[in-house]
Design a protein around this ligand. Sequence first.
Ligand code: HEC
Length: 108
Amino acid sequence: MRKGLGTLLLAALIATNASAAPDLTTCQGCHTPPFGPPLEGVAGRKIASVPTVDYCKVLKAKSGESWTDANLRAFLMDSQGFAPGCSMTVKMSGSEADAMIAYLKTLH
Ligand code: HEC
């Protein structure tokens, strides 16, 4: 019983931390118009679909796909692996990427 409650509390704490807003300042250095695509609404959006942004070739070639969780995760964990030669260089751990994706989904 006690152990059960403790486990629940721990799970709640972990959930709270995971949903805390990740630091976007490193992203915003680039993700400010006109240079970078807006991060508002990017989750679920078609890849490379903001008309005013001059996307790199590799992302343009993927524009038939959307920013699903899996694509965002792959991109945020190794942006140069997902989009070689593009100007964005980000390498997050899996948990950082998951927290960032959860946060991006709250931006509209
Ligand atoms: C060095 C500058 C830079 C930084 C730092 C950066 N980005 Fe980017 N990002 C870009 C550019 C430029 C693009 C457009 C693709 C290209 O041309 O390389 C892009 C594209 C994206 C896209 C795809 C957008 C679309 O419309 O298809 C996502 C998602 C993204 N970045 C998320 C992030 C997140 C989250 C962070 C912070 C952890 C971040 N970026 C940090 C420059 C940056």
